[in-house]
Design a protein around this ligand. Structure first.
Ligand code: SF4
Length: 269
Protein backbone atom coordinates (compact mmCIF):
# COMPACT_ATOMS: atom_id res chain seq x y z
CA UNK A 1 0.00 0.00 0.00
CA UNK A 2 1.28 3.47 -0.86
CA UNK A 3 2.59 5.61 1.98
CA UNK A 4 0.34 8.56 2.78
CA UNK A 5 1.08 12.15 3.72
CA UNK A 6 0.37 11.34 7.35
CA UNK A 7 2.70 8.32 7.25
CA UNK A 8 5.51 10.61 6.19
CA UNK A 9 4.52 13.52 8.40
CA UNK A 10 4.71 11.31 11.49
CA UNK A 11 8.36 10.63 10.64
CA UNK A 12 9.41 14.21 9.88
CA UNK A 13 10.86 16.44 12.62
CA UNK A 14 7.66 18.57 12.62
CA UNK A 15 9.62 21.67 13.53
CA UNK A 16 8.35 23.64 10.50
CA UNK A 17 11.80 25.17 10.13
CA UNK A 18 11.25 25.99 6.44
CA UNK A 19 14.70 24.79 5.32
CA UNK A 20 13.09 22.63 2.62
CA UNK A 21 11.57 25.76 1.07
CA UNK A 22 8.08 25.05 2.36
CA UNK A 23 6.51 26.66 5.40
CA UNK A 24 5.56 23.50 7.29
CA UNK A 25 6.46 19.84 7.50
CA UNK A 26 2.84 19.11 6.52
CA UNK A 27 3.25 21.10 3.32
CA UNK A 28 6.51 19.30 2.58
CA UNK A 29 5.02 15.84 3.23
CA UNK A 30 2.13 16.72 0.92
CA UNK A 31 4.49 17.85 -1.82
CA UNK A 32 6.57 14.68 -1.54
CA UNK A 33 3.66 12.26 -1.58
CA UNK A 34 1.31 14.11 -3.90
CA UNK A 35 3.59 16.07 -6.21
CA UNK A 36 6.75 13.94 -6.35
CA UNK A 37 8.99 16.37 -4.44
CA UNK A 38 12.41 15.00 -3.51
CA UNK A 39 12.40 13.75 0.09
CA UNK A 40 16.08 14.66 0.40
CA UNK A 41 15.15 18.36 0.27
CA UNK A 42 14.56 18.14 4.01
CA UNK A 43 18.07 18.35 5.47
CA UNK A 44 16.87 17.15 8.88
CA UNK A 45 15.40 13.75 8.01
CA UNK A 46 15.40 11.49 11.05
CA UNK A 47 16.34 7.83 10.46
CA UNK A 48 12.65 6.83 10.53
CA UNK A 49 11.98 9.10 7.54
CA UNK A 50 15.14 8.03 5.72
CA UNK A 51 13.95 4.44 5.95
CA UNK A 52 10.92 5.40 3.84
CA UNK A 53 13.01 7.00 1.09
CA UNK A 54 13.21 3.93 -1.13
CA UNK A 55 9.54 3.06 -0.85
CA UNK A 56 8.46 6.65 -1.47
CA UNK A 57 10.71 7.01 -4.46
CA UNK A 58 9.26 3.82 -5.89
CA UNK A 59 5.67 4.93 -5.35
CA UNK A 60 6.50 8.31 -6.91
CA UNK A 61 7.78 6.49 -10.01
CA UNK A 62 4.60 4.45 -10.20
CA UNK A 63 2.47 7.56 -9.68
CA UNK A 64 0.85 6.12 -6.58
CA UNK A 65 -0.74 8.49 -4.08
CA UNK A 66 -3.14 11.17 -5.16
CA UNK A 67 -3.93 14.66 -3.87
CA UNK A 68 -7.52 13.62 -3.27
CA UNK A 69 -6.40 10.85 -0.97
CA UNK A 70 -4.35 13.19 1.24
CA UNK A 71 -7.22 15.58 1.76
CA UNK A 72 -9.61 12.72 2.37
CA UNK A 73 -7.41 11.34 5.16
CA UNK A 74 -7.01 14.69 6.86
CA UNK A 75 -10.73 15.33 6.62
CA UNK A 76 -11.49 11.91 8.00
CA UNK A 77 -9.40 12.70 11.07
CA UNK A 78 -11.14 16.04 11.55
CA UNK A 79 -14.62 14.63 10.98
CA UNK A 80 -13.98 12.10 13.74
CA UNK A 81 -12.86 14.92 16.04
CA UNK A 82 -15.88 17.07 15.24
CA UNK A 83 -18.55 14.35 15.32
CA UNK A 84 -19.15 14.27 19.11
CA UNK A 85 -19.17 18.06 19.54
CA UNK A 86 -22.36 19.92 20.32
CA UNK A 87 -22.48 22.79 17.81
CA UNK A 88 -25.29 24.52 19.67
CA UNK A 89 -23.18 24.78 22.82
CA UNK A 90 -20.10 25.96 20.92
CA UNK A 91 -21.70 28.62 18.71
CA UNK A 92 -21.53 31.65 21.00
CA UNK A 93 -18.00 31.01 22.16
CA UNK A 94 -16.78 30.73 18.58
CA UNK A 95 -18.63 33.83 17.42
CA UNK A 96 -20.82 31.68 15.19
CA UNK A 97 -24.56 31.26 14.70
CA UNK A 98 -26.15 27.87 15.24
CA UNK A 99 -28.55 26.43 12.71
CA UNK A 100 -30.02 23.16 11.50
CA UNK A 101 -30.93 21.87 8.07
CA UNK A 102 -33.04 18.73 7.94
CA UNK A 103 -31.83 17.91 11.45
CA UNK A 104 -28.16 18.44 10.54
CA UNK A 105 -26.51 21.00 12.83
CA UNK A 106 -24.28 23.65 11.33
CA UNK A 107 -22.43 26.79 12.35
CA UNK A 108 -22.54 29.96 10.29
CA UNK A 109 -19.57 32.27 10.49
CA UNK A 110 -17.47 34.63 8.49
CA UNK A 111 -14.22 33.40 6.96
CA UNK A 112 -12.27 36.18 5.24
CA UNK A 113 -15.55 38.01 4.79
CA UNK A 114 -17.38 35.07 3.21
CA UNK A 115 -20.32 33.62 5.08
CA UNK A 116 -19.81 29.88 5.41
CA UNK A 117 -22.09 27.16 6.67
CA UNK A 118 -20.00 24.53 8.40
CA UNK A 119 -21.71 21.19 8.84
CA UNK A 120 -20.03 18.28 10.57
CA UNK A 121 -19.32 16.71 7.20
CA UNK A 122 -19.48 19.61 4.77
CA UNK A 123 -18.37 23.21 4.39
CA UNK A 124 -20.80 25.18 2.28
CA UNK A 125 -19.58 28.33 0.55
CA UNK A 126 -21.73 31.14 -0.84
CA UNK A 127 -22.78 30.73 -4.47
CA UNK A 128 -20.00 31.66 -6.87
CA UNK A 129 -17.20 31.34 -4.29
CA UNK A 130 -14.14 29.28 -5.13
CA UNK A 131 -13.69 26.86 -2.24
CA UNK A 132 -10.24 25.76 -1.13
CA UNK A 133 -10.80 22.23 0.17
CA UNK A 134 -7.95 22.67 2.67
CA UNK A 135 -9.90 25.46 4.36
CA UNK A 136 -12.10 22.76 5.84
CA UNK A 137 -9.18 21.42 7.90
CA UNK A 138 -8.56 24.87 9.34
CA UNK A 139 -12.24 25.49 10.01
CA UNK A 140 -12.69 22.17 11.77
CA UNK A 141 -9.59 22.84 13.86
CA UNK A 142 -11.09 26.19 14.82
CA UNK A 143 -14.36 24.53 15.87
CA UNK A 144 -12.58 21.67 17.67
CA UNK A 145 -10.77 24.25 19.85
CA UNK A 146 -14.15 24.87 21.57
CA UNK A 147 -12.74 28.36 22.23
CA UNK A 148 -14.91 30.87 24.00
CA UNK A 149 -12.81 33.81 25.18
CA UNK A 150 -13.45 37.26 23.77
CA UNK A 151 -10.43 39.07 22.30
CA UNK A 152 -8.67 41.14 24.95
CA UNK A 153 -7.12 43.73 22.63
CA UNK A 154 -3.69 42.82 23.97
CA UNK A 155 -1.37 41.96 21.09
CA UNK A 156 1.22 39.24 21.39
CA UNK A 157 3.87 37.80 19.11
CA UNK A 158 3.83 34.30 17.69
CA UNK A 159 7.12 33.69 19.48
CA UNK A 160 5.46 34.28 22.83
CA UNK A 161 3.08 31.34 22.30
CA UNK A 162 4.06 28.10 24.05
CA UNK A 163 6.29 25.72 22.02
CA UNK A 164 6.50 28.09 19.07
CA UNK A 165 10.28 28.48 18.91
CA UNK A 166 10.85 26.16 15.96
CA UNK A 167 7.85 27.42 14.01
CA UNK A 168 8.56 31.11 14.61
CA UNK A 169 11.11 31.00 11.79
CA UNK A 170 8.28 30.25 9.37
CA UNK A 171 6.32 33.28 10.49
CA UNK A 172 9.44 35.45 10.22
CA UNK A 173 9.87 34.23 6.63
CA UNK A 174 6.25 35.05 5.82
CA UNK A 175 6.65 38.52 7.33
CA UNK A 176 9.75 39.14 5.22
CA UNK A 177 7.97 37.96 2.08
CA UNK A 178 5.12 40.37 2.78
CA UNK A 179 7.51 43.25 3.54
CA UNK A 180 9.50 42.65 0.36
CA UNK A 181 6.33 42.39 -1.70
CA UNK A 182 4.99 45.77 -0.59
CA UNK A 183 8.34 47.58 -0.21
CA UNK A 184 7.98 51.03 -1.75
CA UNK A 185 4.25 50.52 -2.15
CA UNK A 186 2.51 51.07 1.16
CA UNK A 187 -0.40 52.61 -0.74
CA UNK A 188 -1.07 49.35 -2.51
CA UNK A 189 -0.98 47.50 0.79
CA UNK A 190 -3.55 49.94 2.18
CA UNK A 191 -5.84 49.35 -0.79
CA UNK A 192 -5.50 45.59 -0.56
CA UNK A 193 -6.12 45.70 3.18
CA UNK A 194 -9.20 47.87 2.71
CA UNK A 195 -10.56 45.35 0.23
CA UNK A 196 -10.20 42.74 2.97
CA UNK A 197 -12.09 45.00 5.41
CA UNK A 198 -9.15 45.65 7.71
CA UNK A 199 -9.91 47.99 10.60
CA UNK A 200 -7.53 50.86 11.43
CA UNK A 201 -5.82 50.65 14.79
CA UNK A 202 -3.24 52.72 16.65
CA UNK A 203 -0.73 50.17 17.81
CA UNK A 204 2.49 51.80 16.65
CA UNK A 205 3.58 55.42 16.46
CA UNK A 206 5.43 55.22 13.21
CA UNK A 207 4.15 52.26 11.16
CA UNK A 208 3.21 53.16 7.58
CA UNK A 209 0.31 50.73 7.78
CA UNK A 210 -1.40 49.24 10.77
CA UNK A 211 -4.62 47.35 10.48
CA UNK A 212 -6.55 44.54 12.08
CA UNK A 213 -7.99 41.73 9.99
CA UNK A 214 -10.65 39.34 11.17
CA UNK A 215 -10.26 36.23 9.03
CA UNK A 216 -12.17 34.18 11.58
CA UNK A 217 -14.41 35.37 14.40
CA UNK A 218 -12.47 35.75 17.66
CA UNK A 219 -9.14 35.52 15.79
CA UNK A 220 -8.03 39.06 14.92
CA UNK A 221 -4.64 39.52 13.27
CA UNK A 222 -2.74 42.79 13.51
CA UNK A 223 -0.42 43.70 10.64
CA UNK A 224 2.19 46.43 11.09
CA UNK A 225 4.21 47.57 8.09
CA UNK A 226 7.12 49.99 7.86
CA UNK A 227 8.05 50.93 4.33
CA UNK A 228 11.63 50.89 3.10
CA UNK A 229 13.78 53.99 3.49
CA UNK A 230 16.57 53.40 0.97
CA UNK A 231 18.49 56.57 1.85
CA UNK A 232 18.76 55.32 5.42
CA UNK A 233 19.38 51.75 4.35
CA UNK A 234 16.23 50.68 6.15
CA UNK A 235 14.46 47.72 4.49
CA UNK A 236 10.69 47.34 4.59
CA UNK A 237 9.51 45.41 7.62
CA UNK A 238 6.26 43.71 8.56
CA UNK A 239 5.14 42.30 11.87
CA UNK A 240 2.14 40.13 12.50
CA UNK A 241 0.62 40.00 15.97
CA UNK A 242 -2.22 38.08 17.54
CA UNK A 243 -4.68 38.64 20.32
CA UNK A 244 -3.57 37.20 23.64
CA UNK A 245 -6.45 34.68 23.48
CA UNK A 246 -5.42 33.19 20.12
CA UNK A 247 -4.11 29.88 21.43
CA UNK A 248 -7.60 29.13 22.74
CA UNK A 249 -8.84 29.00 19.13
CA UNK A 250 -6.09 27.70 16.87
CA UNK A 251 -3.01 25.53 17.22
CA UNK A 252 0.33 26.85 16.01
CA UNK A 253 0.19 25.17 12.60
CA UNK A 254 -3.35 26.31 11.89
CA UNK A 255 -2.33 29.83 12.83
CA UNK A 256 0.47 29.77 10.28
CA UNK A 257 -1.94 28.45 7.67
CA UNK A 258 -4.32 31.31 8.48
CA UNK A 259 -1.51 33.86 8.10
CA UNK A 260 -0.57 32.32 4.77
CA UNK A 261 -4.16 32.59 3.63
CA UNK A 262 -4.21 36.25 4.64
CA UNK A 263 -0.96 36.90 2.81
CA UNK A 264 -2.18 35.16 -0.33
CA UNK A 265 -5.18 37.44 -0.36
CA UNK A 266 -3.16 40.59 0.33
CA UNK A 267 -0.63 39.73 -2.34
CA UNK A 268 -3.37 38.45 -4.64
CA UNK A 269 -1.56 35.17 -5.25
S1 SF4 B 1 13.15 21.14 6.24
FE1 SF4 B 1 12.14 21.70 8.13
S2 SF4 B 1 10.02 22.26 7.47
FE2 SF4 B 1 10.93 21.12 5.82
S3 SF4 B 1 10.27 19.03 6.22
FE3 SF4 B 1 12.31 19.26 7.11
S4 SF4 B 1 11.93 19.80 9.25
FE4 SF4 B 1 10.01 20.12 8.13
Amino acid sequence: MAHTVLDLLKRLPRTNCGDCGLPTCMAFATQVIKEGEDLAKCPHLPPAAQELAGAISSQQEKGEGRRRESLAISLEVMHAKIAPLNFRDLADGLGAVYGEEDGRPYLTFSFFGQTLLVFKDEVRYPPGAAPNPWDAILLYNFIASCGKELPTGTWITYQSLPNSVSKAKTLARLEKELADHFAGNAGRLRRQAAALHSEPVQASENADFQGVFLPLPRVPILLLFWDAEPEEDFPAQAHILFDSTVSGFLDLESLLFLVEQLMDRLMQK
